[in-house]
Design a protein around this ligand. Structure first.
Ligand SMILES: NC(=[NH2+])NCCC[C@H](N)C(=O)O
Length: 343
């Protein structure tokens, strides 16, 4: 083979991405972004279900636990109109952003376990400070792009995307305590997977900014592989940008992940979620992943266990676990059993 040609090809492809073999786990026991009790116990529940051990079983993966974020708030709890617990959300996200930045500077993939989805503000802010060119894949039944003027619930877990993107800055009133946030992330770097419960104004926002989006009907139509590849290619045609996945467990069908606060039926199968994560892992560009909205206080013991198992399986797939193990790809030649011979 002409080595020179190989060399030139590699050069022209630019930086060669390899999956990072080191991760840092950050827990965020925070639930003030929504109204139900229980999401804040998810980090403890995931840890006691063996999350860290499960990740450590992945070949060569170096797993460091950075512990939990302090979610307390020094000042009086502020509520801006139709926006609950503003200062608590803000303080928690400020600390989380700093921690995620630190994990990435330690050259580890930031694995954040929530907590409700309002914590996506801190994880993306922290990631963006290190990888300015990151793309964000929001995997969710909901678009979470309401402002306090369009939200029906007043819950901030339905607003993190609108808080993050710079194109929305003038849709917000002054938000006291949020001064720490670097408003630099562009909606042009955002894509959605799994949508099936999108509010009226959210739909308009997605259309106005032409956000690439694979709702459940698109996934039915095209399959999960084509869907995630479409999002990745649209956001980053040259395959050269770091990836942040913000994974809401309610993207998965309520039959497979029932313990969550705003479940919507007709979601991703667990296999689809795992397949999507395997594809993202294979890019070598995953640098941060959030797992949010597991609520162990919802449902019975079986629901709780199933939901936590689903969450752990998704993270494992994103970080390189393969059911294939080291076996060769494809269907192996199984020994043919001879049923005709009498023993
Ligand atoms: N991350 C979530 N579970 N979000 C649910 C949001 C539900 C609804 N769209 C709202 O704004 O209140």
């Amino acid at each position: 083979m002409n080595l020179c040609r190989v060399f030139v090809r590699n050069m022209s492809q630019g930086k060669k991405w390899q999956p990072l073999k080191k991760v840092g786990v950050v827990g965020v026991p925070f639930e003030k972004g929504q109204k139900k009790y229980g999401v804040s116990v998810a980090p403890a529940a995931l840890r006691s279900a063996g999350l860290l051990e499960a990740l450590r079983e992945i070949d060569d993966l170096d797993v460091k636990d950075y512990g939990d974020i302090d979610t307390s708030s020094p000042e009086l709890d502020l509520h801006v109109k139709n926006m609950d617990h503003l200062s608590m959300v803000s303080n928690c996200n400020k600390r989380l952003s700093e921690q995620v930045t630190q994990v990435l500077k330690d050259d580890r993939i930031a694995v954040t376990i929530g907590g409700d989805h309002s914590i996506g503000v801190g994880t993306v802010d922290g990631h963006q400070k290190v990888n300015k060119d990151m793309i964000l894949i929001w995997v969710d039944a909901h678009a979470d792009i309401n402002t306090n003027k369009t939200s029906d619930s007043g819950s901030v877990h339905g607003m993190p995307v609108a808080l993050l993107v710079k194109e929305f800055s003038h849709y917000w009133p002054y938000l006291p305590t949020f001064e720490w946030q670097d408003l630099v992330f562009s909606i042009k770097s955002l894509g959605y997977i799994g949508l099936r419960s999108v509010d009226q104004y959210e739909r308009l926002a997605i259309q106005k900014f032409n956000v690439p989006c694979c709702a459940m009907e698109d996934i039915d139509e095209n399959g999960i592989k084509n869907s995630i590849q479409y999002i990745l290619k649209t956001l980053d045609p040259t395959n050269s940008r770091p990836i942040h996945v913000s994974f809401d467990i309610d993207s998965v069908d309520a039959l497979e992940a029932p313990s969550t606060g705003t479940a919507v039926r007709g979601g991703l199968t667990l296999r689809e979620a795992i397949k999507m994560m395997e594809i993202i892992h294979a890019t070598g560009r995953l640098r941060a992943i959030d797992l949010v909205e597991i609520n162990p206080a919802i449902g019975n013991e079986n629901d709780r266990k199933r939901t936590i198992d689903a969450g752990i399986s998704v993270l494992k797939a994103a970080l390189g676990f393969s059911r294939r193990g080291t076996a060769p790809r494809g269907v192996p030649d199984l020994p043919v059993q001879d049923n005709t011979t009498k023993r």
